[in-house]
Design a binder for this molecule. Structure first.
Ligand code: BES
Ligand code: MN
Ligand code: ZN
Length: 491
């Protein structure tokens, strides 16, 4: 989908559909005011009669509005101006994008950046609007037969504004492609999206973008490095595990990289600690952490950000088998620390701990992992916030701020050392489960033991990477948060 700017006066724009924003109040934002004036007061009358709804996310389609080059107007409500913030702004724009799609517009012109509110500027509203319009246009098609009556996608959207905002549009486009990458990978079924498939996909990324290189570790390479925690998870699967290492060099060689690590369990059956049918049903999504870091990596490479990034994906399938890891097995991780695997369904931390240890050789500035790690995270935070845990206050702050800035939000949770004792066992340095209480935190505590000398953060996206039991599919999160984090560091 093509995003671009157009500074033709609003009333002269020729388009199938002009998108204009409204407050839930007597005042009209500038674009709505201009349209009202051109139409001889028709718009204001329709607001007063209630024919234009201005509640948050409400849309209406108007035909034959006089005085305009546009054939139709899609009105979008942004709710009460005093309640407006970037998250609400984003929600309204997503609703507008959905309406555009439902009406089968293939082209539109949008002017909602003038729907101002405290604490934001026109450029960031423009960026958010462009990103939301692009995102809401996504439709999964890979394994679905095309339908004749399916709504046509938007192929092009222009936004009111001139050259000075070119970078906002470029960012929106790159972020949208990043989200799209993450969603596409997340939604793919586990018989297609295997560890080997993720390698092929990474190859395509490395070929497509400048300054990107790829290295893949096979099981033999991992065994040589002593990555027995990761390999213990893979043992029950017919599919070979892959450790995918994508490198992007956008800054001076001596600038230490940001390492992004993604949990890429392409299917999580639970292993011998087998999940119930109900719980297993959605476990193709257990590689959404990987999908999110790959999405952020793509956004970064598209914008050729000035930062060095190493994106590591632990691509593994977790299956039960005669050869599978048993509950009770003690394994030795790459770090040398021993782990008693009491539940083979707590496999994410096993693949991540070796990936974290492996990443140390890159002398990272920071390490950030993303993972659909615990059901407990969803109990705690539901589907709107990503769970953030970190051993570094500054890094945690940067991540929260990045999430806020792009409305892909995270909320920090404590991994105080008091929680660590829940991982104690007489039989190894730690066990891989921490009992009933605070399951999201003990998973974070487990990982923190492998990042002791690093500035590290962990994003639990079990609730935010897709919406359980809905038909929505993957969200693409946390690709936006991480892309914004990288952008903030790009200098
Ligand atoms: N991938 C799951 C976590 C998960 C469950 C994410 C449901 C999204 C939805 C993870 O591998 C897992 O099974 N975690 C266990 C950990 C437990 C055994 C300590 C869990 O959350 O139940
Ligand atoms: Mn599991
Ligand atoms: Zn899992």
């Amino acid at each position: 989908m093509n995003l671009h700017l157009d500074d033709t006066p609003l009333t002269q724009i020729e388009t199938d559909c002009l998108v204009v924003g409204f407050y839930q109040s007597d005042s009209l934002p500038p674009a709505a005011g201009a349209v009202d004036e051109a139409s001889g007061g028709m718009i204001r009358r329709m607001v007063e009669s209630g024919d234009i709804e201005n509640g948050l996310g409400k849309t209406s389609l108007l035909h034959n509005v006089p005085g305009l080059g546009a054939k139709r107007i899609l009105t979008v409500g942004f709710g009460k101006p005093e309640k407006l913030n970037l998250a609400r702004f984003d929600r309204a724009c997503l609703a507008a994008g959905k309406a555009l799609r439902d009406y089968s517009f293939t082209e539109c012109h949008v002017s909602v950046h003038d729907v101002a509110f405290d604490g934001s500027d026109a450029e960031s509203r423009l960026r958010q609007a462009a990103l939301a319009i692009h995102r809401s246009n996504f439709l999964y098609t890979t394994t679905k037969s095309p339908k004749d009556d399916a709504p046509a996608p938007l192929t092009s959207a222009s936004f009111q504004g001139d050259r000075q905002w070119e970078s906002a549009i470029q960012q929106a486009e790159a972020f949208a492609v990043g989200y799209e990458k993450a969603r596409t990978l997340g939604d793919l079924p586990p018989n297609i999206c295997t560890p080997a498939f993720l390698v092929q996909d990474a190859k395509a990324i490395a070929e497509k973008y400048e300054n990107v290189s790829l290295e893949v570790l096979e099981e033999d390479d991992m065994a040589e490095k002593g990555m027995d925690a990761l390999l213990a998870v893979s043992r029950g699967s017919e599919l070979a595990a892959k450790l995918i290492v994508l490198k992007y060099s956008g800054a001076a060689k001596d600038q230490s990289p940001v390492v992004l690590i993604g949990k890429g369990i392409t299917f999580d059956s639970g292993g011998l600690s087998l999940k119930s049918g109900e719980n297993m049903m959605q476990m193709k999504y257990d590689m959404c952490g990987a999908a999110g870091v790959i999405g952020a990596f793509v956004a970064c490479a598209r914008l050729q950000m000035r930062v060095n990034v190493i994106c590591i994906v632990a691509a593994v399938e977790n299956m039960p088998d005669g050869n599978a890891c048993r509950p009770g097995d003690v394994i030795t991780s790459m770090s040398g620390k021993t782990i008693e695997v009491l539940n083979t369904d707590a496999e994410g931390r096993l693949v991540l701990c070796d990936a974290i240890t492996y990443s140390e050789q890159f002398k990272p500035d920071v390490i950030i992992d993303a993972a659909t790690l615990t059901g407990a995270c969803v109990v705690a935070l539901g589907h709107h916030a990503t769970g953030l845990m970190s051993n570094d206050d500054e890094l945690a702050g940067e991540l929260v701020a990045a999430g806020d800035a792009i409305v892909d939000r995270a909320w920090r949770l404590p991994i105080w050392e008091e929680y660590q004792s829940q991982l104690d066992t007489p039989f190894a340095d730690m066990k891989n489960v921490g009992g009933m209480s605070a399951g999201v935190l003990t998973a974070g505590c487990f990982l923190s033991r492998f990042a002791e000398d690093q500035r590290w953060a962990h994003l639990d996206v079990a609730g935010s990477a897709w919406k359980w039991g809905s038909n929505d599919g993957a969200s693409g999160r946390p690709a936006g948060l991480l892309a914004q984090f990288l952008l903030n560091r790009s200098s």
